[in-house]
Design a binder for this molecule. Structure first.
Ligand SMILES: [Zn+2]
Length: 311
């Protein structure tokens, strides 16, 4: 009798190892649930463990560090700065009236033009810090082309692509539960700092680039095109921009912008597929002025070009 009652009682209590496994699974499931978000444009499920404040702070620090680097020359030439600020302001305004409005309004936006005619690049960091290198001017060609570039870059920041990449890297390296513990810790280890820089696309500053995934690229192209159209720029310029980009990539030094942004033909075909939707937004938007960007090789301002060459 007593033996039978022991047997009846035994299954009620799981062995410690099973309880630990179940506990860990519940914990991981909880993290997955709280870490999942849906992209408002593409309905893609995103796994984001990293809080906005975390990457935004690192990005802001890194931005200051890049701009205070003695090798970096910040353009003060109004011919270069004004068009960039004008286009950025319209893209930011469009973002504040987009499906990313809440995030766009929280960003502490800042735009800098870096005088570097050799670097064909532009980026936007989580938190809204933007840089455009003057080497990007011949490829962007005009303000509509620049709007497409900035639309694309700003979407990487607004859509939390950096936070998503860092979340994936943390899980891959440390495991899910450990990742949340690492993130909740106050101190920032050198390893975590390195991962953050790679995730926000500034890995090049520390020697490694972690390319954005094809999915992130496609999302940035699509929503960036809509933002540019909403800001009053002809979205058809996007196709011409990528054709110029393709042409520039045949040279000896392909654009840095392109090194993390592969496959022109697929990209152009996708843009054409999205064009009817973008054109509807463009037709409804107040039109933006579209001047050509300054020529960087023909008439560089002497004081700035001397600094750029001197470094
Ligand atoms: Zn990109």
């Amino acid at each position: 009798m007593s033996k039978m009652s022991d047997m009846n009682r035994a299954p009620r209590r799981l062995p410690l190892v099973c309880r630990l496994v179940l506990g860990s699974c519940a914990w991981m499931l909880w993290i997955v649930v709280i870490g999942c978000a849906t992209n408002p444009y593409t309905q893609r499920t995103q796994f984001v463990l990293v809080p906005d404040s975390f990457l935004n702070e690192i990005a802001a620090q890194q931005y200051e560090q890049v701009l205070s680097d003695p090798k970096i020359v910040i353009s003060q030439d109004p011919r270069e700065v004004e068009p960039v600020k004008r286009v950025a302001a319209r893209i930011i305004e469009a973002a504040k009236h987009s499906k990313y409005a809440e995030t766009a309004k929280q960003f502490d936006w800042e735009v800098t033009v870096i005088k570097d005619d050799q670097t064909k690049n532009a980026w936007a960091l989580p938190g809204g810090k933007i840089a455009v290198y003057t080497g990007m001017f011949p490829i962007a060609k005009n303000e509509a082309g620049l709007a497409v570039v900035l639309g694309h870059e700003v979407v990487h920041a607004l859509a939390k692509h950096g936070a998503e990449r860092m979340s994936q890297a943390l899980v891959a390296q440390f495991g899910m539960a450990a990742a949340s513990i690492v993130l909740s810790a106050q101190g920032l280890s050198p390893e975590l700092h390195r991962l953050a820089l790679q995730a926000i696309g500034l890995g090049a500053q520390v020697g490694v680039i972690l390319p954005f995934s094809r999915r992130h690229e496609s999302e940035a192209d699509y929503v960036g095109l809509l933002l540019a159209a909403q800001a009053g720029y002809d979205p058809r310029e996007a196709v011409r921009l990528w054709e110029r980009m393709a042409q520039a990539s045949q040279g000896r030094e392909p654009p840095e912008f392109l090194s993390t942004h592969p496959s022109h033909q697929t990209r152009i075909a996708d843009l054409q597929r999205w064009m009817p939707e973008a054109l509807v937004l463009y037709q409804q938007a107040p039109k933006a002025p579209v001047a050509d960007l300054p020529s960087i090789s023909a008439d560089p301002p002497p004081s700035v070009s001397r600094s750029a060459n001197g470094q």
